[in-house]
Design a protein around this ligand. Structure first.
Ligand code: HXC
Length: 298
């Protein structure tokens, strides 16, 4: 990210302590960087402890401040509880960014139950476990809190070939709207961002394994480009910062109007593919999954 394009004053988030799930890489890392630059105390978690420590050190070297990496698989409620105990010893969170996700393109008829669960356990269940645990702590301690989930525009229209992700993220959209009302009385607010294409390594490996996704999708975007990371980070900082408290229960798209132009999903691009192409993509995706798995500690 080009940090000079952050649109807020230094120190905006000085009173905030924010946990970004999946913060070691991709969009999570970018948001963690933005929050750190704006003065927040930042925690990042994920399954690859080494990657998290590396990211924490790199971001600290760039911006100073306090950022801590935690190995934690959000599919495991006990691991979440242990991580939050550790965080709370240093100070309560004021914000949670539900960014961790899992996804891969597949014809739905090719999915096994394990394949469905691999995604639903992270996105649907894991996001709830995190939100529920942090929410209960804040309610018990009578503290305010701010929750942001990273969704997609598929929560409004579904997405062929990424059905477990579309279903799970739609569930988190419903959680956002539901808790925005139920927990407002505790001073907790809930919003979500639905990003269009912001290319990251993890996403490209699973959604465009043959390198076909980025430019072809950018060309069909009305703005003729994909998103720039600072644009996403500015929206996240606005939603996580002080001064926008009355924004509650919203899912805000940032996609250059891709959703309006081409539904923002995979139906058109992937419908023509045949057996052989799907097999090739499955092999490429599984090789990336194996590579990631070999780096995991949590
Ligand atoms: C069919 C597949 C498959 C594929 C995995 N599986 N890849 N099935 N096609 N391409 C099946 C496996 O065969 C196995 O089922 C089951 O899924 C679990 O596989 P594991 O590799 O053991 O799973 P796990 O280690 O838990 O990894 C979870 C994961 C992985 C979701 C599969 O991709 C992951 O960890 N991803 C995290 C990062 C990520 O996905 N980032 C991109 C997010 S993009 P069997 O039956 O064989 O046991 C995003 C939205 C983007 O979220 C929006 C853009 C607009």
């Amino acid at each position: 990210m080009d940090a000079s394009k952050i649109m807020f004053r230094d120190g905006l988030l000085a009173d905030e302590t924010i946990l970004v799930t999946g913060g070691g890489t991709g969009l999570g890392r970018e948001m963690a960087e933005g929050f750190l630059k704006l003065g927040a105390t930042v925690h990042i978690c994920g399954r690859r402890e080494g990657k998290l420590q590396e990211t924490a050190e790199e971001l600290k070297a760039l911006h100073g401040g306090t950022i801590t990496g935690h190995g934690c698989d959000i599919r495991d409620p006990e691991a979440i509880d242990a991580m939050l105990d550790t965080i709370w010893q240093k100070g309560a969170l004021t914000g949670l960014v539900n960014n961790a996700a899992g996804n891969f393109i597949s014809r739905t008829e090719d999915l096994s139950i394990n394949g469905f669960n691999a995604i639903a356990d992270i996105v649907f269940r894991g996001t709830f476990y995190m939100t529920h645990n942090v929410g209960k702590r804040l309610i018990a301690e009578k503290r305010r809190g701010n929750f942001l989930s990273i969704l997609t525009t598929w929560v409004w229209n579904g997405s062929a070939f990424t059905v477990p992700s579309a279903m799970s993220k739609a569930g988190i959209n419903a959680m956002t709207q539901s808790l925005a009302t139920e927990w407002a009385r505790y001073g907790l607010r809930f919003n979500a961002i639905a990003p269009g294409l912001f290319p990251t390594k993890g996403m490209s490996a699973r959604l465009a394994p043959q390198g076909r996704g980025d430019n072809s999708q950018s060309n069909s975007n009305p703005m003729g480009r994909h998103g720039e990371m600072h644009e996403l980070v500015n929206l996240a900082a606005f939603l996580m910062g002080p001064g926008a408290e009355y924004v509650n229960g919203q899912t805000i798209a940032i996609d250059g109007a891709g959703y309006q132009a081409n539904a923002g999903n995979f139906w058109q691009a992937l419908s023509p593919l045949g057996d052989e192409q799907w097999q090739q993509m499955r092999d490429l995706i599984k090789a990336s999954n194996q590579q990631d798995k070999s780096e995991r500690t949590a």
